[in-house]
Design a protein. Structure first.
Length: 135
């Protein structure tokens, strides 16, 4: 239906905003690109979150998952001995979506000011970019 067509269009626009993948695209480069996401990407994630909260099935929303596929490929190249590529990618995606929906609430609940929040986000990014090493 219409929602699936809109979601597919936004998903493809979001991945296009990242540019063409390279054979050696690093997880860090990709995560940084996702953080600097376009308006299309933000719209995609918000609509996805709302649809999932409303009980929509993923198959009703998209056929392909290009952002996830690209994160998996970068995670496989990273070859972490501590987590599988699927686990790394799932953690990155779930944290990103969780922060999109609940970030303002989490920041308020933790009482962090802008500088502290920026530091928290930087720590998460470093963890993700490092491929979830054991440290």
């Amino acid at each position: 239906g219409l929602l699936k067509a809109v979601m597919q269009h936004l998903s493809e626009s979001a991945i296009a905003d990242l540019g063409e993948p390279t054979e050696d695209e690093s997880l860090q480069e990709l995560v940084m690109g996702l953080l600097n996401r376009s308006e299309a990407a933000q719209d995609h994630w918000r609509i996805l979150a709302r649809a999932m909260l409303d009980g929509q099935s993923p198959s009703e929303l998209q056929q392909r998952y290009p952002v996830y596929e690209r994160l998996i490929a970068a995670s496989r190249r990273r070859n972490s001995p501590h987590m599988t590529p699927e686990a790394i990618t799932t953690l990155i995606m779930s944290t990103g979506l969780g922060m999109l929906v609940f970030g303002p609430w989490i920041r308020a609940a933790t009482g962090q000011d802008s500088e502290e929040w920026a530091n928290t986000m930087a720590q998460l990014l470093r963890r993700f970019a490092g491929g979830m090493t054991k440290e």
